[in-house]
Design a binder for this molecule. Structure first.
Ligand SMILES: *Cc1c(COP(=O)(O)O)cnc(C)c1O
Length: 401
């Protein structure tokens, strides 16, 4: 093992923190003094200090004060208004194409089922990565079984991700739908979404992007890519809190064409008419199902305020610096990096390989150093740019040495 020079790395971390234009943002988050290094902000972001007050205000004023009147006054419109805000701030999506509600899993099902149902029968393959996040794989297994389609798995490098060339090899006249993660949950590989979307379209099929690990850490340009569908969660980088609702994007051209399978009253035209028979609402509202999770969007709303202030480009710049620093320390400790080395192909987290990863992570958690364990031998280091300092990265990674 090479000698890591902890003092030198700590000094570099201190300098990087002094030079960091976003350094002050960290003070806006609740930082537990027992947590030496939080390296899982890509799985569950820290809460902002203002979140507790925002929740209390919501309970006392909006809910307690407005009661049932709140629905007409603001909550019925919330799924689309919040969707538009998220779309404008972080998704590169023009208004009217994004909703907030349900969970990512439920939205993957709704969108994938709608897209596959709309494909002609000879398009009998759903294309996906064999290393995508488990819920994506399971849901698509279910959609394939329900619709009589088969799954076309792209064999994926565990330390990398899916390239445009690999997609080009498998798409064609049999493709019904392609579902891929923009940033992969394991290695942090950042896919070339624009190129892949073009390739899938050339094959005559739509693509659904899973943005769970990219939203709030890397710029996303759904409209510019020409994306068809996208989903993502809000409890990772966006700090929506445990189980906060997900979002879905459906490009305007698919409204009124795709038909989603969970046809509840909130997706019906004029739900409060309580009329006989389902007919889809106009526009993106047809992808809603039931009563939206209003209460659960409060932390997300204050999280978006911070993104509005800072901007995604500054967040991405810090994210690149954080992951580069993590790779530098891993190299100094002679730990194998199982993530892309090219920052342009890397999202906001880095996975390191360790033969005793499970035991090492368990021991680190005892000491207030909190990375994630990824079976069989991965230690995943997630670096939420708004709430992670370089000093924290140095302390956390030196603890691995
Ligand atoms: C976190 C994550 C999910 C989570 O789905 P839930 O329905 O919120 O459990 C889905 N896909 C990817 C790629 C993820 O990283």
């Amino acid at each position: 093992m090479s000698s890591p020079d902890p003092a030198g790395l700590r000094a570099r971390a201190a300098q990087l923190d002094r030079d960091d234009p976003l350094a002050d943002c960290r003070d806006r988050f609740l930082v537990d003094p027992d947590v030496v290094s939080y390296l899982d902000g890509n799985s569950l972001g820290r809460p902002l200090r203002v979140t507790a007050g925002a929740m209390t205000r919501f309970v006392e004023q909006d809910w307690g004060g407005r009661l049932i009147r709140g629905w007409d006054e603001q909550w019925v419109a919330l799924p689309t208004e919040l969707g538009d805000r998220l779309g404008a701030l972080l998704l590169g999506a023009a208004a009217g194409q994004t909703i907030v509600g349900d969970s990512t899993s439920v939205l993957i099902y709704k969108l994938a089922r709608a897209a596959v149902d709309a494909a002609p029968p000879e398009r009998d393959e759903i294309v996906l990565s064999d290393d995508d996040f488990p819920t994506d794989r399971y849901l698509l297994e279910g959609v394939a079984a329900e619709t009589g389609r088969t799954l076309r798995w792209i064999p994926t490098d565990r330390a990398g991700g899916v390239s445009p060339e690999q997609v080009a090899e498998v798409v064609g006249p049999r493709t019904a739908l392609v579902v891929l993660s923009h940033v992969t949950y394991r290695s942090g590989f950042l896919a070339d979404a624009a190129a892949i979307t073009r390739l899938v379209h050339d094959a005559g099929a739509p693509v659904c992007w899973d943005l769970c690990h990219s939203v709030g850490s890397v710029p996303v340009e759904l409209d510019a890519w020409g994306a068809d569908l996208a989903v993502g969660c809000t409890y990772k980088y966006l700090g929506g809190g445990p189980g906060s609702p997900a979002f879905a994007y459906v490009a305007q051209r698919h409204h009124g064409v795709l038909r989603q399978p969970v046809q509840g009253w909130f997706g019906r035209s004029d739900p409060f008419a309580m009329a006989a028979g389902y007919e889809p609402a106009a526009g993106i509202r047809q992808f809603l199902s039931g009563t939206p999770p209003v209460l659960a969007t409060v932390p997300l709303q204050v999280g978006l305020d911070l993104y509005a202030e800072v901007g995604i480009d500054a967040v991405r710049a810090k994210s690149e610096a954080l992951t580069a620093f993590a790779v530098e320390i891993a190299d100094a400790l002679a730990l194998e990096v199982a993530s892309p080395r090219d920052p342009a192909r890397r999202g906001g987290h880095v996975t390191l390989r360790h033969p005793d990863a499970k035991a090492v992570v368990a021991a680190l958690w005892e000491r207030g150093v909190i990375p994630d364990y990824r079976a069989p031998d991965g230690i995943r280091v997630g670096l939420a740019p708004l709430s992670t300092s370089f000093a924290e990265v140095a302390e956390g990674l030196l603890a691995l040495g």
